[in-house]
Design a protein around this ligand. Structure first.
Ligand code: ADP
Ligand code: MG
Length: 238
């Protein structure tokens, strides 16, 4: 469904991403792991149409994402490591994408209610989102992405700063959107345990390169690339 070919990105002559070929399958959950600074965020930002300044080509269902197509953009959602909430109520935060898409009000009400229940935020509709705790704010950022039922959900270390309770709620919601709507999930995580819990396949990034992509047990138990092996066995300092 998503295909990247010969993807590269440099800043001021410094190579950040090098010749990446990647296929993300329709409906799968793909985890991207690798040391800090290996280019995971840079890659997911390109795939999620937040950076168009790259070399190579990325297509989604055959359409080049550089076409600037609004329908493509609206078929994606992203959640970042730091929770992003708008200066409005919890309800309005979650309803935001649905209003943009001109969803009827009764349907907005129903969908916001459902997703708030899933993220254990029922009853907080009227709270000002900026006053929420970090974990609650991230749940709202996730709810805002979830509620539009994107075809592709990009997650960049969404649980990196959260405690176990919040991690569990968000992981449940990732599974839920993937199971119920067949949403394709591309997630960056620093946690191999999380990749194991959520992903179908894992891609290992080292130093701007995607060195190996494979099934979860292949990557975690018998990686073939020596750098992937060093990373998953913990021999690589990061
Ligand atoms: N906008 C940018 N300008 C310059 N350097 C950047 C920019 N974004 C990322 N980098 C550099 O690219 C490398 C990879 O960063 P990043 O993609 O954030 O890695 P990761 O998410 O794997 O930790 C880092 O060395 C980082 O400093
Ligand atoms: Mg990152």
């Amino acid at each position: 469904m998503i295909a990247a070919r010969g993807l590269g990105w440099s800043v001021d002559g410094r190579i950040i991403l090098r010749n990446i070929d990647l296929e993300v399958r329709d409906g799968e959950t793909l985890a991207l792991v690798g040391p800090s600074g290996s280019g995971k965020t840079s890659l997911i930002r390109i795939l999620g149409m937040l950076n168009t300044d790259y070399e190579g080509r990325v297509t989604i269902d055959g359409s080049d994402i550089r076409s600037g197509n609004m329908a493509l953009r609206r078929s994606m959602a992203m959640v970042f490591q730091k929770p992003v909430v708008f200066s409005m109520s919890v309800y309005e935060n979650v309803a935001y994408g649905l209003r943009l898409r001109r969803v009827p009000k009764y349907e907005i009400d129903a969908r916001v209610k459902e997703v708030l229940a899933l993220l254990d935020m029922s009853g907080k509709e009227k709270e000002y989102a900026r006053h929420l705790s970090g974990g609650e704010a991230q749940r709202i950022a996730f709810a805002r992405a979830y509620v539009v039922k994107p075809k592709v959900l990009f997650l960049d270390e969404p649980t990196a700063n959260l405690d176990r309770h919040n991690v569990a709620i968000i992981e449940k919601a990732v599974k839920d959107i993937n199971d119920r709507y067949g949403t394709t999930v591309v997630m960056v995580t620093h946690s191999l345990a999380q990749a194991k819990r959520l992903a179908d396949r894992i891609g290992v990034m080292i130093d701007g390169e995607l060195v190996e992509v494979g099934g979860v047990s292949d990557i975690l138990e018998r990686p073939s690339d020596p750098r992937a092996k060093a990373f998953v066995s913990g021999d690589m300092v990061f």
